[in-house]
Design a protein around this ligand. Sequence first.
Ligand SMILES: Cc1cc2nc3c(=O)[nH]c(=O)nc-3n(C[C@H](O)[C@H](O)[C@H](O)COP(=O)(O)OP(=O)(O)OC[C@H]3O[C@@H](n4cnc5c(N)ncnc54)[C@H](O)[C@@H]3O)c2cc1C
Length: 340
Amino acid sequence: MDIRTNIPLRAHTTMKLGGPARFFVDIHQKDELPGLFERAAKQSLPVYILGGGSNLIVKDEGFQGIIAHMKIPGFEIVAEDAGSKTIHIGAGENWDDVVKRSVDLGLSGIEAMSGIPGSTGATPVQNVGAYGQEIADTLVSLEAFDTKTGGFVTLSRNDCNFSYRQSIFRGDASGRYVITSTTLRLSKNQPAPPFYASLQAYLDEHTISLYTVETIREAVLAIRAEKLPSVNDKPSAGSFFKNALVEEWLYNDLLKQHPDMPGFAMGNGTWKIPSGWLIEHAGLKGKLLHGIRVYDKNALVLVNESASTYQDLANARDEITRTVQTAFRIQLEQEPLELA
Ligand SMILES: Cc1cc2nc3c(=O)[nH]c(=O)nc-3n(C[C@H](O)[C@H](O)[C@H](O)COP(=O)(O)OP(=O)(O)OC[C@H]3O[C@@H](n4cnc5c(N)ncnc54)[C@H](O)[C@@H]3O)c2cc1C
């Protein structure tokens, strides 16, 4: 195991901010984990798992422990029946490569999640989703190293307690499990309507009526290219805020002042309001705050244009949440996790 020291973490996050890790190690096989955690415990060092760094914000002080960079490979069909194939995937595989390979195999279930940056092992953490699909729809189970017991476990979809951008991995069991692989069941059937509204609108506009995994992937990639900055030339963490969930009375109250405000009934007396709409209608779209740009094509995304510290980002975030709170009485919640 090659443990390196003083590695700048800004290079390992798509937001391109934050200080160094005291120790940094690539994990290529799951068997390396028990030894690493034993060693860390002996030296009283915390261990933090890093995938592609696309949903992670690092503070200026960096991390005084060990960053374990997930690199475990693998993509194997482990079961097949008349309607589906089940695939076992190493946590270190790049997620979009996995989507592409599945699409090339003609399998459906994750094609609408094309173009999401990061690793496969991170997808259950916030129940990654886009354009009407989320990982909870196809995940059968995952394998993880349980840092509490020092053993490996298999967790079923139910064990993960998935909900909108949430799971046990960023809830009750935050930091407990190192996901080493996921098992997905994908369908041999081609995708069928109803599709997510903006996806359907794109398909209609481009007169695409042959719905295949390839056409859906291409459509999603084209929509994303319009709405999301490429992490290669515009540092960001994707959507910086979760969509707002509000109680029905507040939604109805706000509608009186803002009749054009979009909202989606969640079925349990709460409504989801797109946070991008709130930020835009609070007058912040396109604004540059402390070196952070509220992306002019999508107000939910914050682009690091010239910020050099985490503090700049925190100041911009706080200014945005304060302004939205004043305008709409809604407290925005940050989506990317912070390395503490
Ligand atoms: C331009 C852009 C677009 C995006 N679009 C979307 C989108 O459409 N939908 C969406 O849901 N997300 C989106 N994201 C967010 C992000 O891509 C996902 O959350 C992704 O799953 C993060 O993967 P990662 O490997 O980069 O995780 P990291 O950022 O490295 O880690 C995120 C968290 O997961 C934990 N973690 C990572 N790997 C493991 C593991 N193997 N075991 C246990 N814990 C682990 C980390 O400790 C950390 O807490 C976008 C981000 C960007 C920059």
